[in-house]
Design a protein around this ligand. Structure first.
Ligand code: GLA
Length: 405
């Protein structure tokens, strides 16, 4: 029997976050805030290259129960830490590279929000964290944590919810937390999806223009679902692999765009130009052009999917998803044997890895009738190869970051 992931509703998240807060800090929180994980339908490894992505916010959330303090200290506790120990860090000790463990996502978001100026003031917080977003699965558990904390700090400081422009600046702050404090050079896809997601909609994010469009995403009326298979082969985005992929793209963008500030999308015939640049500079020309080709083709595919979704051409979407996985496997080389096995077992058409890769999850856009068979096929392929047992959930577009209580 495939192993399905359990998800709490908002009321249960509130109850659990409040209970953890009271148990850990001995009083009641001022409020409870939540931010979702995300799944990326297509547009992978292009956000830092001026490309397009089409993610949606999941119904799986991280919730934080929070109360203000006056002594400049952040105290935090997470249900995900075995012993529920409280971690403490003074705000003036937070900065680039510090703290370096999971608490960097929490403390970093508050610190970066203050740096960016979107959080006007903070004199310390007590924070209790509960989460249904699978960790290290390519579903943005880190963004869910950053965004829930940043939103809570913003609302406690201002007494109101953020306007769209403030949400954009909170996204910037959470990206800085991840880039500077945690040291993962990620590109903004996750934080945008978590802050701007809306129930029933996918987002078309254009990272060159900064434009964000919502498109209705209703698979149920077509008798279809988006299945997520978490391979449970954990990944991390701060171990150098992600940075090495990004490093190639950054170097090409820096060398081949005016002022070094443009993106791959601004470079005519980018793969050939990048190969020439690599040859001239003693870099691996074949590898460089392969990486750039992925970005160029994935961006084109994602533009096509945006149109296909509007036209309701799901077969066309499923083809692009398969091609995206093949490109991430062969050109960008961020898949793993576990991801490739799940992709193959899911039937390839309509399937692809999602997120940063090097582990994590595969998605499959399939008929509702074949969900159980598909999950069973993925699980049995994993067992045959001796891989960890995958876990499954059905992805539906949920609400973006918000106050729950
Ligand atoms: C991770 C990063 C994102 C994005 C994806 C790959 O999720 O956080 O910024 O680069 O990988 O598309």
């Amino acid at each position: 029997m495939p192993n399905w992931i359990n998800t709490r509703d908002d009321a249960q998240l509130v109850t659990d976050a409040q209970a953890l807060f009271t148990k850990s800090f001995g009083s009641a929180p001022a409020g409870v805030w939540a931010a979702p994980g995300r799944v990326n339908l297509i547009g992978e490894h292009v956000d830092y290259a001026g490309g397009l992505s089409i993610p949606f916010a999941l119904e799986q959330n991280t919730a934080v129960a929070v109360a203000p303090r006056t002594d400049g200290v952040l105290r935090m506790v997470s249900e995900l830490e075995d012993n529920s120990a409280v971690t403490e860090i003074p705000l003036d000790k937070v900065g680039p590279g510090s703290p370096a463990d999971w608490s960097g996502y929490v403390a970093g978001s508050v610190w970066a929000g203050l740096q960016v100026g979107v959080i006007p003031t903070c004199t310390g917080l007590d924070i209790a964290i509960v989460s249904d977003v699978p960790i290290g699965s390519g579903l943005s558990s880190s963004a869910a944590l950053e965004c829930s904390v940043a939103l809570a700090a913003f609302e406690l400081a201002t007494g109101r919810s953020p306007a769209d422009e403030e949400r954009r600046r909170l996204v910037q702050a959470c990206m800085r937390a991840e880039n500077e404090v945690v040291g993962a050079s990620t590109g903004g896809l996750d934080q945008n999806a978590s802050f701007f997601g809306k129930r029933g909609y996918a987002l078309v994010l254009d990272f060159r223009s900064g434009e964000l469009t919502r498109v209705p995403f209703d698979l149920a009326s077509r008798g279809m679902v988006l299945l997520i298979a978490d391979t449970n082969a954990p990944h991390t985005l701060s171990d150098g692999q992600y940075a090495s992929r990004r490093g190639v793209i950054d170097a090409v963008q820096h060398a081949l765009t005016p002022g070094g500030t443009g993106t791959i999308r601004d470079i005519p015939d980018a793969a050939a130009a990048a190969a020439q640049w690599a040859r001239d500079n003693g870099e691996d020309a074949e590898l460089t052009s392969r990486r750039v080709r992925h970005v160029v083709e994935e961006t084109a595919r994602t533009q096509e999917v945006a149109h296909l979704l509007e036209e309701g051409d799901i077969d066309g979407v499923r083809e692009r998803m398969r091609d995206s996985h093949i490109s991430l496997r062969d050109l960008y080389q961020v898949t793993t044997p576990e991801l490739d096995s799940a992709f193959h077992a899911a039937g390839e058409l309509g399937a692809r890895m999602t997120g940063g890769g090097f582990g994590g999850a595969v998605i499959a856009l399939i008929d509702r009738d074949v969900v159980d068979d598909t999950a069973a096929a993925i699980a049995s392929a994993a067992a045959k190869h001796g891989f960890p047992e995958p876990t499954f959930l059905i992805a539906r577009p949920g609400e973006g970051a918000r106050r729950l209580r």
